[in-house]
Design a protein around this ligand. Structure first.
Ligand code: CP
Length: 304
């Protein structure tokens, strides 16, 4: 039995396989529509979500399976003090696979130690979000046809942005990838990501405050939201929340084939005028999230 807690648990060959299966699902959805008949996915979401939870649920339905779960800890027995360990031990008797989001870093890992079925980390605090990364990778692959020789700009909240941390981990394994880390001083990438991934892997990266200066060299621009829920101090959030707002003016010097990604939800960081720009990929990215989660469910359930 295998869980997915961190993107680094997947080999490069396995990521390639998930991308290949996702593309086949996109091309031949009917072929997959009965693959999980009789199987159940439980979605245990202790923290709010739109895309991740609903795309997991849509993924399981489109594979012919069923879904159960809760969308908030308030309407589960967590509100009475039940531990994650006890909850997954119980739910793993009701479902064949579990997707869990939790505000505490490491909670899905703890869950995987007590579960009788595979656990998928659907986001744990400011730590990791491996299935968002798989959605990001499928989007990059469909847009660019490759992962190597790309300059990737990551902009916004790089400190608490778990999607950024997972994406750096995944893209670092490909050749000649350069990262441009665009953030205010207070929201810089954590030291452990620099030390354990970028420095250890001898990966090319620069840190800057200026989105305008960075834009011309980018192949991918990955915008992120400043996450109010991760701040201890509301004044700091208000001061930093609108540091970056991507609009047409800021794209004036961008490459014609730039791909703009965002894990969403967005607040102000991408102006709606960009939504119709052919370089905007963030809504396709949400659809890709469903397809790659279908591929992942098949893999972890061992369905051929
Ligand atoms: N990208 C993402 O995780 O979105 P949700 O919080 O809506 O699931």
């Amino acid at each position: 039995m295998r869980s997915l807690i961190d993107i680094k648990e997947l080999s490069t060959a396995e990521i390639d396989e998930l991308i290949t299966v996702s593309k086949d699902i996109i091309a031949n959805p009917v072929k997959y529509s009965e693959k999980c008949r009789g199987k159940k996915l439980a979605t245990l979401f202790y923290e709010p979500s739109t895309r991740t939870r609903l795309s997991f649920e849509a993924a399981m339905y489109e594979l012919g399976g069923n879904v159960l779960g809760f969308a908030s800890s308030d309407n589960s027995s967590a509100s009475k003090g039940e531990s994650v360990a006890d909850t997954v031990r119980v739910v793993s008797g009701y479902a064949d696979i579990i997707a869990m989001r939790h505000p505490k870093e490491g909670a899905p890992l703890v869950a995987s130690m007590h579960s009788l079925v595979p656990i998928i980390n659907a986001g744990d605090g400011g730590h990791n979000h491996p299935t968002q990364t798989l959605a990001d990778l499928l989007t990059i692959n469909r847009e660019k046809g490759r992962f190597d020789n790309l300059t990737v700009g990551l902009c916004g909240d790089l400190k608490f942005g778990r999607t950024v941390h997972s994406l750096i981990g995944a893209m670092s394994r490909y050749d000649n990838v350069k990262f441009v880390l665009i953030s205010p001083e207070e929201l810089r990438i954590p030291g452990y990501i620099k030390k354990e991934i970028l420095d250890r892997g001898n990966i090319d990266y620069v840190e800057t405050r200026s989105l305008e200066d960075a834009v011309p060299e980018l192949d991918i621009l990955y915008m992120t939201r400043v996450q109010r829920e991760r701040f201890f101090n509301e004044d700091d959030y208000i001061r930093l929340k609108d540091t970056y707002i991507l609009n047409s003016g800021k794209l004036a010097k961008a490459k014609k084939d730039l791909s703009i990604l965002h894990p969403l939800p967005r607040v102000n960081e991408i102006s709606v005028e960009i939504d119709n720009d052919p370089r905007a990929c963030y809504f396709e990215q949400t659809l890709n999230g469903k397809y790659i989660r279908m591929a992942l469910i098949l893999k972890l359930l061992g369905v051929e």
